[in-house]
Ligand binder design. Sequence first.
Ligand SMILES: Cc1ncc(COP(=O)(O)O)c(C=O)c1O
Length: 395
Amino acid sequence: MEPADPVPPFDQSLWRRRIPILSSHVLMNACSHAPQSDATREAAESYLHSWNTRGMDWDGWMADVQGARRAFAQLVNADEDSIAIFGSVSDATSAVATAIDFARGRDRALVTEAEFPTVGHAWLAQERRGARVDWVPVTSGTVEAGDIAARLGDNTAVLSVSHGYYLNGAMQDLTDVAQLAHDRGALVYVDTYQTAGAVPIDVKATNVDFLAAGCLKYLMGIPGIAFLYVKPSLLATLEPLMTGWFGRVNPFAFDTRTLDWAPTARRFDMGTPPILNACIARAGIEMVNSIGVPQIRAWHEVLSARLLAGAQSRGLTVHGTTDVRHKTASTACVVADAGAVEAAMRKQHVLASARGPVVRLAPHFFTTLADVDRALDVLASIVTHRSNPPYAPSR
Ligand SMILES: Cc1ncc(COP(=O)(O)O)c(C=O)c1O
């Protein structure tokens, strides 16, 4: 008798019922965009209703923003006071980069080539402030800790690492990279956009200095909001060059001539927060928190194993690591013309995500093993069909 398929450690059918698009599509694009759930839709509608009926409700809306901050803090085991809110991870990274002092013998930013481009750009822009960017290469689809260690020097001010590589899901061990950076007196900045909501994250246990994530992927939200964790012991030394009235000790002091700094991570906040986005983000993150990231991760590992075995048995070429413990939920298959393959999959109601030379299949907590098999079948049939176009007799 065949062994029974594993089942998720949560009531998956209950959660699936809360995501309407699952009735018509197989979603394998969690690395790119989360689906709408009843919770996120209700959150958006509740803001629109409040706006329409109350006209203005600053106290209620700021409480919603604070609720989003709290939900993210809970997600990464941080205190609420150590979380700042931005419009994107690009903004958060730039704010951190401008707060770092590249003088006094530490003028290097050590950045991995696995960063999402925007993160590399934020560090490169600091070259006008006297910083120099050194790069850690991607080798065989991953960034080796040894390559980081070899390039860290006493002149490194900050190490910038992506927790999950956007291209193929290869993961870094945050405790290890933080230790490596701290051993050389450097700070560590982590982009967790590809892991937040998919992999358990604990800022205290890992001892990272800065950690950013947006809500659009595994956090079940939308674009236009991102969170930044800043280690509390560093706050007093950090004054970002991008700032605004919400970063002040009292934003409502309306003192144009005084630039003071909130004692908490709120000093990184900028202007009026993205309220609608925060309402939706809060609902999405609370959904993830209530399922439980460790439970989600356990199911992702099952799905990854199925994806990797299924890709191999269908003759697909996987990009990067095949060790489920060292990758996110995303599995990347190398294809010719990834954009066209993504579009062809969509025609069959399977949403995947093209990036450079790969099509990424990124399931989430709502994904079934049947979804994985279907996505792989569709991908394999498209790839086979494209590389062996049907014989067309010449006239
Ligand atoms: C790892 C990672 N970092 C950053 C980003 C982009 O962040 P933002 O558009 O919020 O600046 C993405 C988007 O796909 C990403 O995957």
